[in-house]
Design a binder for this molecule. Structure first.
Ligand SMILES: NC(=O)c1ccc[n+]([C@@H]2O[C@H](COP(=O)([O-])OP(=O)(O)OC[C@H]3O[C@@H](n4cnc5c(N)ncnc54)[C@H](OP(=O)(O)O)[C@@H]3O)[C@@H](O)[C@H]2O)c1
Length: 272
């Protein structure tokens, strides 16, 4: 299953996770993002939502792009998906086994390192974890690999280490940083798909900018729909974690909006 053009994010949904995952699939989402990090996600709830959708004949496993993540110990609370005294390589294997059990599948489509060990650069810990994730891929438990919350420096060092580059980069996307311009350019040169999150919540200034409001009015659409359409126009794979059925439909329908090249350029540079 190739990545669809919009991913449904399952963070912060707690006991609504299963119902919202099923609702998102019924609304038409075919890509689901989660993480084996109980602090922010209920991955088992995502599995329940998927199972309900399969049972109801809404989708089959083969029609869904499933993405989950490995999260280092400092990003977790006490509800761990691995033995914290095990080696990092063993933690990756244990976390993956637990994810597959939660999600009721024998493989995911994308496995993402939730964030590097240090903000300063790609460390020896990341080298070990990335090698372990690559082994999971080679064993068929994920089709593709990704990294999240990375700087340009992390990516340059990852590539310089001689390791295989990721298929995906997933970052919080700030309009004031040219919508993560430097990282997006690095990705575009290497055919890495850039996944953008917090497109709405991180960018209130973009949602009320006159170019966005004008494009929304012309399309008889909403400013959030314009932002999602813009994200796709510049090559991103956007995430939305909406909990509202109407917004689910609007976010999916944003694909049908039209934006001129001038509008796209103006939005790309509206804050930085
Ligand atoms: N890798 C990481 O570290 C990381 C970090 C954060 C998030 N993520 C992923 O990204 C996903 C999305 O997170 P996010 O940070 O982008 O924010 P989010 O949790 O999806 O929040 C989006 C906000 O925008 C609103 N919204 C969505 N569509 C809308 C529309 N059409 N009209 C008006 N409001 C709309 C939502 O409100 P309603 O619910 O009312 O629609 C919500 O308040 C997460 O679930 C997670 O999977 C990953």
């Amino acid at each position: 299953m190739p990545a669809p053009s919009l991913l449904y994010g399952t963070a912060w949904k707690e006991d609504r996770t299963a119902a919202l995952t099923e609702q998102a699939l019924r609304a038409g989402f075919r890509g689901i993002d989660t993480a084996n990090q109980r602090r922010h996600y209920v991955e088992a709830g995502v599995g329940e939502g998927l199972a309900a959708a399969y049972r109801a004949g809404v989708v089959t496993r083969a029609e869904v792009f499933l993405q989950t993540k490995f999260t280092y110990l400092p990003g977790q609370d006490h509800r761990l998906p691995y033995d914290p005294s095990a080696s990092l390589s063993a933690q990756v294997a244990q976390s993956m086994a637990s994810s597959l059990e939660h999600l009721g599948t024998d493989h995911v489509d994308s496995y993402v390192l939730h964030g590097p060990a240090s903000a300063q650069g790609w460390s020896p810990y990341d080298v070990e974890v990335w090698a372990a994730m690559t082994k999971e891929r080679d064993a068929g438990r994920t089709r593709l690999l990704g990294v999240s919350n990375v700087s340009l420096r992390h990516l340059q060092q990852l590539v310089a280490s001689g390791a295989e580059p990721p298929a995906f980069v997933q970052n919080r996307c700030f309009a004031r940083a040219g919508w993560d311009r430097a990282v997006r350019a690095f990705c575009a040169e290497r055919h890495i798909v850039y996944q953008g999150f917090s497109l709405l919540t991180a960018n209130p200034e973009a949602l009320r900018h006159r170019v966005v409001l004008a494009a929304a009015a012309r399309n008889r659409a909403t400013p959030p729909q314009v932002i999602f359409r813009f994200a796709r126009a510049v090559g991103m794979l956007p995430l939305t974690g909406t909990t509202d059925e109407r917004h689910m439909k609007q976010d999916l329908a944003s694909e049908r909006l039209t934006l001129s090249d001038d509008e796209t350029r103006a939005i790309e540079t509206l804050a930085g």
